[in-house]
Design a protein around this ligand. Structure first.
Ligand SMILES: [Zn+2]
Length: 318
């Protein structure tokens, strides 16, 4: 299996969910063994690798920090890139937060579909988990277990008539991610909005980029899936697992977990080399990461402009 990058660039722009800062992102091809690397083009192309060693504070979103330079809300974009089997890519950004767009990974999948896949002449390296490892915090837990492919199993339980218990288990591949998870949007509870705003969060939040749950329903329906919440949590989990820095051969279970437990799992895994090995041999049943559908490989037409995604209008904070 060969490493991949994207074939051509794509761009998007929009507001950051938590900071409310407007930013532009550009996906650009990168050479073999680069990995997934953010470049702050507003700071002399300062690079921040999508890697567990750069995880910063993690609460309602996953933020990376390196030498004091912060980048927030990386998880939805990383989930799309990682699920599509893109090993090497530069993500150029001119602000402190990845645009939230519609709150799902679908706009990023559209960018990747536009960008296409290019194989590189270097073997892909996998991080193959060889021993189970678990983290428990009260009734929340995450665990990672040996598997010949990359699978996630995500369980959520929120006391709400539209949520309750939801469980999503999938083998992660471009097609399964696209059809099952990519469209699931981020969500919050109406009662959380004021406390979150008081904490300086969700300054860019709006009914255009997050599902808002009222006490007994949803403020801005319809839902895209009856179990959109569980699906979004699985999307978040995959985006955080991308911080392993290499494609995983492992099964990951998350039980009422969140960004904090997800990223702790990655950091603790990387810190203990007895739990994994690096291999260039994908196991039986593993998905080819470059199996993006043929339609995604269509060459750009002459004079075609890069895909341009319109920002979502945010409603003004009180
Ligand atoms: Zn999310």
């Amino acid at each position: 299996m060969l490493q991949t990058t994207i074939a051509r660039e794509s761009v998007a722009e929009g507001i950051g969910l938590h900071t409310g800062v407007y930013g532009h992102i550009g996906l650009r091809p990168a050479p073999a063994d680069t990995g997934i690397v953010f470049r702050r083009v507003d700071l002399d192309n300062f690079t921040i690798e999508a890697h567990g060693q750069n995880v910063a504070r993690v609460s309602y979103a996953t933020s990376l920090m390196k030498q004091g330079v912060l980048l927030s809300t990386t998880e939805h974009l990383l989930a799309a890139i990682y699920s599509c089997g893109i090993d090497n890519i530069f993500i150029d950004i001119d602000s402190i937060e990845i645009p939230i767009l519609d709150g799902s990974a679908e706009p990023f999948m559209a960018m990747l579909a536009h960008s296409g896949v290019r194989k590189l002449r270097r073997k892909r390296r996998y991080l193959k988990v060889v021993k189970p490892f678990e983290l428990v915090e009260g009734d929340r837990r995450v665990g990672i277990y040996p598997s010949e492919r990359f699978e996630v199993d995500c369980y959520v339980d929120f006391t709400h008539p539209l949520v309750g218990r939801q469980q999503i288990a999938i083998a992660v591949a471009p097609d399964t991610f696209r059809s099952c998870l990519a469209r699931a949007r981020t969500f919050c509870f109406e009662r959380e909005i004021e406390p979150l705003r008081a904490m300086g969060l969700i300054r860019g939040g709006s009914l255009e980029n997050a599902i808002v749950l009222t006490s007994d329903g949803v403020m801005n329906g319809p839902l895209r899936f009856a179990d959109e919440f569980g699906r979004h949590k699985a999307l978040d989990l995959i985006g955080d697992l991308a911080l392993a820095g290499l494609p995983l051969l492992a099964r990951v279970e998350a039980h009422k977990a969140g960004h904090s437990l997800h990223t702790q799992l990655v950091s603790r895994l990387l810190a203990d080399p007895s739990l994994w090995s690096i291999t260039t041999a994908a196991g039986e049943g593993s998905h080819e990461g470059d199996a993006i559908r043929d339609a995604d490989h269509e060459p750009a037409r002459e004079g075609e402009f890069p895909l341009h995604l319109k920002p979502n209008p945010a409603f003004a904070a009180d």
